[in-house]
Write a protein that binds this ligand. Structure first.
Ligand SMILES: *Cc1c(COP(=O)(O)O)cnc(C)c1O
Length: 393
């Protein structure tokens, strides 16, 4: 069977860099900063971009290339570049392609550091940005300017889990000739492939579900070859490269992403359904619950609902803080996408510096609890959350 006929999920298990003389079954670690050349001519050709030979690990490395190749296969993308963190991927994908005088359209509910980049740093370089509410299609249309170059969004959003219609976003971007750049961190390519709907670029924090065990940081950008080439040159010179060790961990993690995501998502759905009838919870939000405002869109573009859900604890801010203290099994940490279930309370932590009005504007209610469903038996997750809820009233 030729390589072309294999399913992307099979490739995520089987793709690997060429074997060394040791014939090892698993990919070894290539801990080397540079690569040697036997002849001056080979080195000249590599520097002239006439070959794909590795030169220096800031540019490329076999472990990093293996991870990028698998991500391109899973995201159905032409090319990619891997970075040290999700934020360096997001930063590079914007700064490599936009310049002074350009305008960016950005969804108003994006990851906190992304929000800081587009509102604080882009303007310093003469790039303007308009923030648009995720699902206000008229506002997206009205915000387009003659100098608009890129649309940036994430779906589902963090932590409110709003879902943006990717088919619509693809058509909107095409109509206005804009680059569509999608943060696919929450869904992973296993649940949703933005390129199928016309996304030109897909960015990831590989730190979350892709690693899946809270061990390493990483990021990746995949998409249209011409755009990725620009981003590659920007990164090759500015240096946000992914370390070979982290790439090795992340590439191994992709072998199990499919089975892990199925369990994360079924645990999240069962938990969401159970919490709907908990007397201490006023509402539950999860993309695959029929009462989610964009349930139909979620069903159209996602194969499963994802590993994150949120709910409002009755009793607001104080009950939310007590809830964290009363948990025995779940971890209390700001991360998500781990084999261990995690609870967080945005109003008293990640979003505590905002005013009440600012929090309300981004949907952070006082008793909002975000859960990242892990891989434990769902009965144990439910039991811990239910007892902590009861004790927090
Ligand atoms: C965590 C996260 C990021 C940032 O990724 P890092 O790897 O922490 O730099 C970006 N987008 C989303 C949606 C995230 O959850």
């Amino acid at each position: 069977m030729s390589d072309q006929e294999l399913h992307p999920l099979t490739k995520a298990v089987r793709t690997r860099s060429p074997k060394t003389l040791q014939n090892e079954h698993s990919t070894p670690l290539y801990l080397t900063s540079s690569f040697t050349f036997d002849e001056a001519e080979a080195m000249r050709a590599a520097f002239a971009d006439e070959t794909n030979d590795n030169i220096y690990s800031r540019f490329s490395n076999p472990n990093v290339d293996e991870f990028i190749t698998k991500m391109c296969e899973l995201e159905n993308a032409e090319a990619g570049f891997a970075t040290s963190t999700g934020m360096s991927a997001i930063f590079s994908s914007i700064f490599a392609l936009l310049q002074q005088g350009d305008h960016l359209l950005c969804c108003s509910s994006v990851f906190g550091s992304t929000f800081t980049i587009v509102t604080k740093y882009l303007p310093k370089y003469g790039i303007t940005c308009t923030l648009v509410p995720a699902n206000d299609k008229a506002a997206w249309e009205a915000a387009v300017q003659p100098n608009t170059k890129m649309v940036y969004l994430e779906t589902p959003t963090n932590p409110q889990l709003e879902v943006i219609d990717l088919e619509w976003a693809g058509q909107f971007s095409k109509k206005h000739k804009l680059i569509l750049n999608v943060d696919n961190c929450f869904a992973t390519p296993l649940l949703q492939r933005p390129t199928d709907f016309g996304a030109d670029l897909v960015v990831h924090s590989a730190t979350k579900w892709i690693d899946g065990q809270g061990r390493v940081m990483g990021g990746v950008i995949v998409g249209r070859e011409d755009l990725v080439k620009e981003i590659y040159l920007f990164c090759r010179n500015t240096g946000p490269a992914l370390s070979p060790f982290n790439a090795w961990v992340l590439s191994k993690s992709l072998e199990t992403l499919d089975v892990r995501m199925q369990r994360h998502c079924s645990n999240a759905l069962t938990l969401a359904e159970t919490l709907q009838s908990d007397p201490n919870v006023s509402w539950v939000k999860y993309p695959f619950l029929p009462n989610h405002p964009q349930y139909e869109i979620a069903k159209k573009q996602m194969s499963l609902g994802g590993g994150v859900l949120c709910f409002e604890i009755k009793g607001g801010l104080e009950a939310g803080r007590k809830f964290l203290d009363n948990l025995n099994l779940l971890s209390v940490t700001a991360n998500l996408g781990d084999s261990r279930s995690i609870a967080s309370h945005p109003a008293s932590t990640t979003h505590s510096k905002l005013t009440d009005e600012q929090r309300a504007a981004v949907g952070i209610t006082p008793g909002l609890i975000r859960i990242s469903a892990g891989l434990e038996k769902v009965e144990d997750i439910i039991a811990d959350i239910t007892q902590a809820l009861a004790k927090s009233m």
